[in-house]
Design a protein around this ligand. Sequence first.
Ligand code: HEC
Ligand code: HEC
Ligand code: HEC
Ligand code: HEC
Length: 439
Amino acid sequence: MQGVTRSRRVGALALLLAVSLPPACGGEPRPVPAKAAEVIAPAPDPEPVAAALEPAADPALLARASARFTALECNRCHEIESIAAPTPEFDCVGCHRKILAGDFEASPQELAGWQSRIHSLVDVPRLVPGPRFRRAWLQGFLADTHDLRPNLEAGMPRFALAPDDVATLAAWLSPAAETAAPALGDATRGRAVIEAKGCGTCHRMRGVAPLPATTLPIAIAPAALARGQRLAPDLAHARERLRPAALLQWLESPEQLQPGTAMPTIPLDETERRDVAAYLLQAPLEAVAVAAVPERLPLLQREVRYEEVDAKIFHKTCRHCHSDPELVIGDGGPGYSGGFGFPKRGLDLNSYEGILSGSLDDQGQRRSLFSATPQGVPRIVAHLLARHAEQAGRPLPGVRGMPLALPALPLEDIQLLDTWIAQGRKRNAQPGDDAEGAP
Ligand code: HEC
Ligand code: HEC
Ligand code: HEC
Ligand code: HEC
């Protein structure tokens, strides 16, 4: 309990970690399941995007934008130009970065433990208004998000934004009228430039022959290279995402469009830039096979107790967004208190009693996590399977995948939870106890 008074100002999650981490849960992290990057999105349209230029954004939308970014809490994950960061206990990415930088007040042992366990929600793209993105793409992405960066563990959460908010946020991110692009060059030469300049060291481009990871023509520190590799988007999206004029500007100086960007400036002359742009916008993209959504595994034959499910699932990931704020002081995370634009669900996955007490429905009534869906799957299991469906590019209407915006749980972990539920949700084994199940 020594953390309580010291860490009050750094907030709920730190306190949760300081005061409620049972020793049994301090085990080694398992490798994170690879994000199923190949199977996430259907192949983009091979046709180059039609040439109609976008007009300037509606000033009425721009006027309300910063209030909406703040209300929807986009700043808990993104640094957003000219919009203040949230208070420390709400700042997901800010706090994780501070801890990894060793910049957080805690004992060296505590800090080292946290540092070894934090891996997601550290690198997230900055949001900078400018001419880079097509507003139409932004609207589509905010309404129905998909994976852009194959090496980034966390993705953008699937929100349920009102159409008005989608239009407002997209307008702010891309406010100006689009300018016409200069003529493009030759796509075949563009491919050769991409190979010679080592773009494939960081980028992939789904649907074309793999980009080789050749030596870069510039010096780059290993940490900057690693960050660049995590944040580099799949270039197959460039044709839907980028305004062509901005693409040419980007190839000349990424820093000019996106201050602090993880993409280094790689010297390209004007012909090379036009050739590369032609390849990125026009190279035919082969359709990528759509992966099957993996099947739920059969129940285990052995006995499963709460402590195993908690250590492998709830304590590792879920509780960071789903905790009773009475116990952690302050905010209980967006899955408990509401946040990121979602209503309060009151779902506490940080304790046995919390899990048994269920969550709040849209009318504010408590409902069980274990009641069966029309498919006969316990509700909480359905949310975990839905994350697999989202990663295969087929989100299920009405069932938001969990863990929100993070890689789907391994099927074996879902099987463990499923078995625990089917066996009557047994508590931890106590000496002399016959492990009563829950009602
Ligand atoms: C839980 C953290 C989180 C929250 C909250 C969040 N985002 Fe994101 N967002 C991400 C991550 C991670 C990515 C990178 C996704 C990828 O590359 O696949 C991203 C990507 C984006 C992008 C694409 C930018 C680029 O450079 O590719 C936009 C635009 C965006 N988010 C807007 C928003 C808006 C608007 C909100 C608030 C309504 C928001 N985000 C809230 C995590 C978050
Ligand atoms: C005050 C600091 C702080 C804030 C704010 C914070 N976290 Fe964390 N987070 C931590 C620490 C410390 C750990 C490591 C806990 C452990 O394993 O002992 C962690 C771990 C995690 C993990 C599991 C490890 C990983 O990297 O995947 C997730 C997921 C997570 N946090 C999500 C979030 C989200 C989402 C938010 C915002 C809603 C958030 N955190 C806000 C401090 C914070
Ligand atoms: C060190 C890694 C690295 C290398 C090498 C690199 N890039 Fe990038 N690139 C990035 C990152 C990171 C981003 C995203 C930057 C951001 O959003 O701030 C990016 C963004 C882009 C974008 C915008 C794509 C989009 O969808 O927003 C294009 C186009 C691009 N790079 C082309 C290239 C080309 C062409 C080369 C070779 C000449 C290259 N990159 C080399 C890391 C790299
Ligand atoms: C990054 C934050 C975050 C993480 C991590 C997370 N959740 Fe959630 N969860 C939410 C939010 C926000 C909601 C509310 C979504 C909504 O209202 O549609 C939610 C809703 C749910 C619901 C539905 C509640 C209801 O009745 O509507 C379940 C079940 C759930 N989460 C389970 C989990 C489990 C299990 C994990 C860990 C494997 C997990 N969540 C991890 C943020 C998170």
